[in-house]
Design a binder for this molecule. Structure first.
Ligand code: GDP
Length: 365
């Protein structure tokens, strides 16, 4: 399953946020592809389109799509040199698809800051440097071998060396791999290095509970936003403490509490949506009277691959996919009306599924 790792220095609010995620989160058992593990929280992706589809189809049940957050605690300065439980944590980061980096933007004299004072940019740098050091280590180990291969005339090795050298230069300047401009082929030759700093990242600015409504005025938040903008990264501002309170509530109670706080939606919902985007994922739907359901695929997936997310048999026996764009279906108001208007297409094996497609697969068993 696709996963986002929650990282950050100690005492920034990671566990508080992770608890909110597991409390508000989904039952992993409903999602066969998800992991059952105390450090993994499954979240459902809020999607307004599901509500509209439900009004059109009136199904017995609705199932949103889901992904995982992994709590990766224990990253400290020196982790790449084996400080703390360093290597173990770096290993956990290697396994996730994207990173949510929590930074402390709240003052609280009762809660120790590991570096002695609240300074989000220095915190970001500390964590980022550990990951950069670990990556530098990975590529240095690889370089000797690749140089030999390049000398022996292996073509891929020549390309690989040039990529490794560019990465090395970035790492030596404390810059992450994601800051190096690599094309698809270049990314491909270094894929098996599983670099930590090539993973997409978003910053989670954790502010005090009484500051959520005016978080943009928080000086720490401003600094994080400025830094992230320079990296082309997103920032989600939350108060982990408030989120853990919201996670206890449901339905109207939750709505009322959010209104009191002056928030249109929970910080967790915003975080989930941003993280989903960060993973490069898109959603297609199946909409029958039994069930309306959202499914997750990587952008660029063709119709049989999309069918395979539901069941491998759907992929193996794929014949065609009856497909209508979400906007067309909503515009015409029913499947039949969309059909009459010629908006329902029969797509074959080469069709690249678009975000929001409503699909019905025909397959051989
Ligand atoms: P972790 O070490 O990053 O997992 O941090 P924790 O989630 O354990 O939080 C460290 C301390 O900060 C705990 O005492 C939390 O209650 C507190 N904390 C977390 N978020 C907030 C917040 O938004 N406001 C305040 N005042 N305290 C918070």
């Amino acid at each position: 399953a696709l996963s986002v790792g929650i990282v950050g220095l100690p005492n920034v609010g990671k566990s508080t946020l992770f608890n909110a995620i597991t409390k508000a989160g989904a039952e992993a058992a409903n999602y066969p592809f998800c992991t059952i593990d105390p450090n993994v929280g499954v979240v459902e992706v809020p999607d307004e389109r599901l509500i509209k589809l439900t009004e059109i189809v009136i199904p017995k049940s609705v199932v949103p799509t889901a992904f995982e957050f992994v709590d990766i605690a224990g990253l400290v300065a020196g982790a790449s040199k084996g400080e703390g439980l360093g290597n173990k944590f770096l290993g956990h980061i290697r396994e996730v698809n994207a990173i949510a980096h929590v930074v402390r933007c709240f003052e609280d004299s009762n809660i120790t800051h590991v570096a002695g004072k609240v300074d989000p940019l220095s915190d970001i740098e500390t964590i980022e440097l550990e990951l950069v050091f670990a990556d530098l280590d990975s590529i240095e180990r690889r370089m000797d071998r690749t140089r030999k291969a390049a000398k022996a005339g292996v073509k891929e090795a020549v390309l690989e060396i040039s990529v490794l050298e560019r990465l090395k230069e970035a790492f030596e300047n404390g810059k992450p791999a994601r800051s190096v401009d690599l094309d698809e082929e270049e990314k491909h030759v270094i894929r098996d290095l599983h670099l930590l700093t090539i993973k997409p990242v978003l910053y989670v600015a954790n502010v005090a509970e009484d500051e959520v409504a005016n978080a943009e005025e928080n000086e720490y938040v401003k600094r994080v936003r400025e830094f992230a903008a320079g990296e082309g990264a997103e920032v989600v501002v939350i108060s982990a403490k408030v989120e853990s309170e919201i996670a206890e509530l449901e339905g109207e109670d939750k709505q009322m509490f959010l209104e009191e706080l002056g928030l249109p939606e929970s910080g967790l919902d915003r975080l989930i949506k941003q993280a989903y985007k960060l993973l490069g994922l898109i959603t297609y739907f199946t909409a029958g009277v039994q069930e309306v359901r959202a499914w997750t695929i990587n952008r660029g997936t063709k119709a049989p691959g999309a069918a395979g997310v539901i069941h491998t048999d759907f992929e193996k026996g794929f014949i065609r996919a009856e497909t209508v764009a979400y906007d067309d279906l909503v515009h015409y108001g029913s499947m039949n009306a969309a059909k009459e208007a010629g908006k329902v297409r029969l797509e074959g094996k080469e069709y690249v599924v678009a975000d929001g497609d409503v699909m019905h697969f025909r397959f051989n068993v």
